[in-house]
Design a protein around this ligand. Structure first.
Ligand code: GDP
Length: 195
């Protein structure tokens, strides 16, 4: 068994994506606030508190960088969707996310994290369509599957994959909280980052 992502450490917080230095390889997580991004990053890296887990939606409005190995990064982007504190009151995935996605030379995968109960929201769909239109490599992760029992989950899997025009097997179905199906994702990220 390799170290996988266990060596990850907090590296930096930034609001201006242009101030981020170069990595050799990085993967990023996007998703609506409260989808469980912070919980997932902690689970993947086998940490308790590395990524801040918030009870207040929309609170994390910075780009947070975790270094798995020198110059090999996991990048947590601001959550979109809840417009808490936004002037317009409008939900949008925002300039910081777009600026990040369009400026990173060594970005090798975008992971879009969805909440199994909410399913793909309008914003998730516009994010995914944007990634498709711009030919990004991306995976969908559906989190919080512990919220459904086995038979209801099967139905939900069909609904969500249908909405995304994907096969259920092409999606990661996980529970960050109960650590269900975390390992396949750890392996995928370790491979992408070559750690
Ligand atoms: P973020 O805003 O996307 O970073 O989300 P957080 O990681 O802060 O999680 C938001 C809320 O969802 C917290 O109350 C978490 O405990 C909860 N949560 C995260 N992952 C799971 C999961 O897999 N299952 C359940 N039931 N709750 C989760």
């Amino acid at each position: 068994m390799t170290q996988m992502l266990r060596g990850a450490k907090y590296l930096a917080t930034e609001t201006d994506t242009l101030k981020l230095t170069e990595s050799e390889a990085e993967v990023t997580f996007v998703g609506r606030s409260n989808s469980g991004k912070s919980t997932l990053i902690n689970a993947l890296c086998e940490k308790k508190n590395m990524a801040h887990v918030s009870k207040v939606p929309g609170k994390t409005r910075t780009i947070n960088v975790y270094e798995v190995k020198p110059y090999r990064w996991i990048v947590d982007l601001p959550g979109y969707g809840f417009a808490v504190g936004s002037k317009s009151g409008k939900a949008e995935f925002g300039p910081m996310i777009e600026a990040y996605l369009t400026s990173r030379n060594n970005l090798c995968m975008v992971f879009v994290i969805l909440d199994v109960v909410a399913g793909p929201t309008k914003l998730d769909i516009s994010m995914i369509n944007w990634l498709r239109q711009h030919a990004y490599l991306f995976y969908i992760i559906v989190n919080k599957i512990d919220k459904f029992g086995a038979s209801k989950l099967e139905v939900r899997k069909k609904e969500i994959s249908g909405q995304l025009a994907l096969a259920p097997a092409d999606i990661f179905w996980i529970s960050s909280k109960n650590k269900i199906q975390i390992e396949p994702l750890q392996k995928q990220i370790a491979k992408l980052l070559d750690v």
